[in-house]
Design a protein around this ligand. Structure first.
Ligand SMILES: Nc1nc2c(ncn2[C@@H]2O[C@H](COP(=O)(O)OP(=O)(O)O)[C@@H](O)[C@H]2O)c(=O)[nH]1
Ligand SMILES: [Mg+2]
Length: 210
């Protein structure tokens, strides 16, 4: 990390209560763009809900579910006492998804990415065991096209051997090297061991300052 991130400030930000506000199926449902917003995206089952729970130190703020692809909403979470909004984007890439559902997803995501001047960064979660796959490229392409800053977060690092993880990190960095809106660093996380949570909290705190 090149900028000055502050681990303690990140810890304090996420020690404050963070609450679920609502689910939004269209742009008009979103709260006003009045504070820094950070979004999380990823394939269904990548560990997005688990990561949001681990970040916020809650058990079921974002519902962890084994039924992939059920949520087709932008779920909004806000700090009660700090200018932070977290947006849990609907998962993608679930098998046997009807075309209409994929189209609805794409429409909502496009609207969201082009319609939020307060959106500071999208964290794109990718399974640490697999690295970026074809399904992930849709969101990466959308992010590059809409020029929304994003960073890759590898999940489920606890399920990997360190040696294999190194290979995945290298492959992931290669996949984003030429992408204009991608942050060059990759954050490695585990919601089980809490690896990477301190860094992620501190990064988010840094992003809410501007
Ligand atoms: N071992 C391990 N399992 C995880 C981790 N994160 C999520 N999982 C599991 O992966 C499955 C999907 O997680 P979930 O958070 O619901 O994924 P989502 O669909 O992206 O919200 C669940 O069975 C979780 O328990 C992790 O860091 N380590
Ligand atoms: Mg989920």
């Amino acid at each position: 990390m090149t900028h000055e991130i502050d681990i303690e400030a990140g810890r304090l930000l996420f020690a404050r209560p963070i609450v679920f506000v609502k689910g939004c199926v269209k742009l008009a449902d979103l709260p006003p763009a009045d504070r820094a917003e950070i979004a999380f995206a990823g394939r269904s089952n990548v560990g997005k809900s688990s990561l949001i729970n681990a970040l916020t130190g809650t058990k079921d703020l974002a519902r962890t579910s084994n039924t992939p692809g059920r949520t087709q909403e932008l779920n909004i979470f806000e700090s009660e006492s700090a200018p932070l909004r977290i947006v849990d984007m609907p998962g993608y890439g679930f098998a046997e998804a009807p075309k209409a559902k994929v189209e609805a997803w794409t429409r909502l995501i496009k609207q969201y990415l082009t319609g939020r001047p307060n959106l500071r960064r999208v964290y794109v979660l990718i399974d640490g065991r697999h690295g970026p796959k074809a399904v992930d490229l849709t969101i990466l392409n959308l992010l590059d096209k809409t020029a929304v800053s994003y960073q890759i977060v590898l999940t489920k690092a606890d399920k990997m051997l360190p040696r294999d993880l190194e290979g995945i990190i290298t492959a992931t960095k290669a996949a984003i090297a030429k992408r204009p809106a991608a942050h060059p660093d990759v954050i490695v996380t585990s919601s089980e061991t809490r690896d990477g949570m301190e860094i992620l909290r501190a990064e988010i705190e840094f992003l809410t300052r501007s």
